[in-house]
Design a protein around this ligand. Structure first.
Ligand code: DX5
Ligand code: ZN
Length: 219
């Protein structure tokens, strides 16, 4: 797989100082992961388009937007237009993933397909040529700070096998419970992009935590 990407999730940061929290990881992280929740697709509410627009003004780091919302067709293109590098929507919430990925790419973003804990990957493997990122949840989407579910790694292996077999340029991202004690297993299974909320923003020194994760993210 490609050089690992470390994407700290600002869900675990101090929302009263969001700009500073993003800038604190600018030199050490590859992307910043932005968890958008609508209290409908998941039972939790976070931030949305106005916050992404404001943050876009104060940092150069690529935004990895993770939409845990219903009706992504309505909202996802706005994030692409707001300058997100990657916009990931949930398979469970989307009627036509290929069409939405096409729309996102036309709006200048990479398109990501997320698979939640209770969703199998098999029905989606044929969609891989149409997306740039596949995000496998290694927890149930909705909250940070949950325990990593190693049984999700079978899905990572299945997706990696398909990416390799078809020689696709698809990023394989894992999200949930990624920390120093779990990241190597995920890399071993074939992940090459790693979201980490608590493990980065809960650390004394976020930049040091990122370096440590990066060193462990080798298959
Ligand atoms: C949860 C979010 C995750 C979350 C990860 O629904 O999608 O990105 O922020 O947090 P940690 O790393 O603490 O599990
Ligand atoms: Zn996320």
């Amino acid at each position: 797989s490609a050089k690992p990407i470390i994407a700290p999730s600002i869900l675990a940061s101090d929302f009263s100082r969001l700009g500073d929290e993003v800038r604190a990881i600018e030199g050490s992280a590859d992307w910043v992961h932005v968890d958008v929740m609508d209290n409908h697709f998941v039972p939790n509410l976070t931030i949305g388009l106005p916050v992404v627009r404001s943050l876009r003004e104060v940092t150069k780091i690529p935004f990895d937007v993770h939409l845990m919302i219903t009706d992504p067709e309505q909202w996802a293109p706005g994030y692409a237009e707001a300058g997100a590098h990657n916009v990931t929507f949930h398979a469970e919430a989307c009627e036509n993933p290929v069409a939405l990925a096409k729309t996102l790419r036309a709006a200048g973003a990479k398109a990501g397909l997320a698979i939640d804990r209770d969703t199998p990957v098999e029905p989606y493997l044929e969609l891989l040529p149409y997306v740039d990122t596949v995000l496998i949840m290694t927890i149930k989407a909705g909250f940070g700070g949950q325990k990593f579910l190693p049984e999700m790694l079978d899905k990572v292996r299945d997706v990696r096998r398909r990416i390799t077999a078809k020689d696709l340029a698809v990023r394989l991202e894992v999200d949930g419970g990624i920390a120093a004690d779990t990241i190597a297993q995920a890399a071993e299974a074939g992940a090459d992009a790693f979201v980490a909320g608590t493990a980065v923003y809960g650390a004394e020194d976020p930049a040091e935590a990122i370096r440590k994760l990066r060193a462990l993210a080798v298959a």
